[in-house]
Design a protein around this ligand. Structure first.
Ligand SMILES: [Zn+2]
Length: 136
């Protein structure tokens, strides 16, 4: 489901709220994965362990490093897009915030990863006065 379809279904205010929750869940994930990464690096300094222990610890630390990076990217991209859309969600004519219907959006694919940040713009129409403008 695209961002435009999500906003059409649940409304902009609820979509914005969910974006904040989702992006901060990624932030918590990145923080926890960073702790695992650092613990793995610390564990490499343990002496007299088997080579299998060090190999396993290296794999776990590397996986945690990748997860930290991906979760951080998703956090920053989702939060930036939500804030960019929220900053432009006021109707230029009547000033109503978040009270619009989505007319069009940047083309995106269902297989786009969240960190791609698509769509970068929306074309919307105010429910109150009928004014249309572009967000993003
Ligand atoms: Zn309006």
């Amino acid at each position: 489901m695209t961002v435009g379809e999500q906003i059409r279904r649940i409304g902009f205010r609820r979509w914005y709220e969910r974006q904040l929750i989702e992006s901060h869940a990624y932030l918590v994930t990145a923080f926890l994965a960073l702790i695992v990464l650092l613990a793995g690096i610390e564990g490499l300094s343990l002496v007299r362990r088997s080579p299998l222990f060090y190999a396993g610890l290296t794999v776990v630390a590397a996986a945690a490093g990748v997860l930290t990076y991906v979760a951080w990217r998703r956090f920053s991209v989702l939060l930036a897009r939500a804030e960019r859309f929220a900053g432009a969600a006021s109707c230029p004519r009547c000033g109503a915030w978040g009270e619009f219907e989505v007319l069009a959006e940047e083309r995106s694919d269902a297989h786009d990863p969240p960190e791609a940040g698509r769509p970068h713009w929306l074309r919307v129409r105010c429910r109150g006065c009928g004014c249309d403008w572009r967000i993003g």
